[in-house]
Design a binder for this molecule. Structure first.
Ligand SMILES: Cc1ncc(COP(=O)(O)O)c(C=O)c1O
Length: 410
């Protein structure tokens, strides 16, 4: 009996050492991540309470790009549905029943993207991973053409099934075409790309990719996660701005960023959506989102189909921030989107700048390291919102300048 205990102890220790080693490897690589422990306040816009330093801070790195997570009507609707229907959905959609609110939201998304049908997943990540791996399963011998900077959820979806993968240089149409040319016209092909790349803010010329898809017999899968709600007259994303939504086979998006809630989706033809619905384990075998979440997201989507106010205010602030950074001689990546990335190029320096901003200036800008971005391109990614104002922008730029001076990087 005593012997058994010792064995169990050493076995547990042996496994535990594997976990310690995994963490140490990350520490040695200067990639150890610590959470910033905050509480947001729905009445205080971009302000939050920082529990570590016991202070109120201004958030400059959230993906609630339009502040819709704090929309008063969305909160009221979520509260109403919570008290009416309870806080959970009660199961998967096939077994526990498919809530009426989800069907309404799917119709609203189909209308947003001018597609026949839509399917909601528990997150944008799950939508990409499940839909892409399921398409690869359904379409025989298909070759995947994926932009080099595609998000991890896309990469995981592609990796899940054995298939030929061609990774083309970021937004490089020439490289994409060269790769497409390698395969016979009849080979099944999917081109997967994003409309707004969140880490550098670059916007894709979707029409040109659709032209290549037509020429080489490919279908297209477009991730609009960082664009829906923000771009287009009705918030339909870059595909709406460029007037090409109907040329895209699958549009994927999230309810978690500009729509301020949580969940992900795909919109496409009724037959494609039905095939994914019946084949995707990431859809079939998981509990659906609660009605309150769905109703709040549906409110925000419909609201943003009709209101430009938040979008206009966001872009006003983006303009003011970029202008103030230029005047202060702080370099940032030029782009036509709402992202403001400042390349630091070193993980320790990026972390130190974030720490100074938080502790000294009560500003939260998360530093972004590998594997989210390539090594040597570590950065701060600032995301203005309509909730910020001119004083906050001025103070942010002054604080950044001071932090750079303190660390000797100007
Ligand atoms: C391009 C892209 N696609 C998908 C996702 C996942 O979306 P969600 O946060 O809804 O899981 C992200 C998350 O940031 C993303 O950047």
């Amino acid at each position: 009996m005593k012997q058994l205990k010792i064995d169990q102890y050493s076995l547990a220790n042996y496994y535990n050492n594997l976990f310690v080693t995994a963490v140490n490897d990350i520490k040695l690589d200067n990639r150890y991540r610590e959470f910033t422990n905050i509480s947001r306040n729905a009445k205080l816009g971009p302000k939050a309470f920082d529990h570590v330093n016991n202070q109120e801070v201004t958030l400059w790195c959230i993906n609630d790009y339009l502040g819709m997570g704090q929309n008063e009507n969305a909160i009221k609707i979520a509260n109403y549905f919570n008290s009416l229907m309870g806080v959970g959905s009660g199961g998967t959609r096939n077994i526990g029943g498919s809530h009426h609110e989800i069907l309404k939201l799917e119709n609203s998304l189909s209308d947003l993207h001018r597609k026949e049908s839509s399917l909601i997943f528990t997150s944008g990540f799950v939508a990409n991973e499940s839909a892409i791996s399921t398409l690869i399963k359904i379409i025989p011998d298909c070759v995947i053409f994926s932009d080099q900077l595609n998000h991890s959820s896309i990469v995981e979806g592609i990796k899940k099934k054995p298939t030929i993968k061609e990774i083309f240089k970021h937004q490089d149409l020439h490289d994409l075409e060269q790769k497409l040319q390698k395969y016979p016209h009849s080979t099944h092909k999917i081109i997967i790309f994003e409309s707004v790349y969140s880490m550098n803010g670059s916007i894709t010329d979707i029409k040109k990719i659709c032209d290549l898809a037509d020429k080489y017999n490919a279908i297209t899968y477009l991730d609009e996660v960082h664009a829906v709600g923000i771009y287009g007259k009705r918030g339909g994303g870059i595909s709406e701005v460029q007037n090409v939504a109907e040329r895209i086979t699958v549009i994927q998006g999230t309810l978690a960023k500009a729509y301020g809630v949580i969940g992900g989706y795909i919109s496409a033809s009724a037959d494609l959506i039905n095939a994914v619905r019946l084949n995707a384990p990431g859809f079939i075998f998981t509990t659906s989102l609660p009605p309150a979440i769905i109703a709040a997201a549906a409110h925000n989507i419909e609201y943003l189909k009709n209101s430009d106010f938040e979008r206009n205010k966001l872009f006003e602030n983006v303009y003011l921030l970029k202008k103030a950074l230029k005047e202060a001689n702080i370099n940032f990546l030029q782009n036509d989107s709402h992202m403001v990335p400042i390349i630091i190029g070193d993980p320790i320096l990026a972390k130190s700048i974030s720490e100074i901003l938080l502790k000294k200036y009560k500003i939260f800008v998360q530093h972004i390291n590998y594997p989210t971005v390539a090594k040597g391109t570590e950065r701060l990614r600032i995301t203005p919102t309509p909730m910020h104002d001119e004083n906050m922008i001025r103070y942010l730029v002054e604080s950044l300048k001071n932090a750079f001076i303190e660390l000797g990087c100007v």
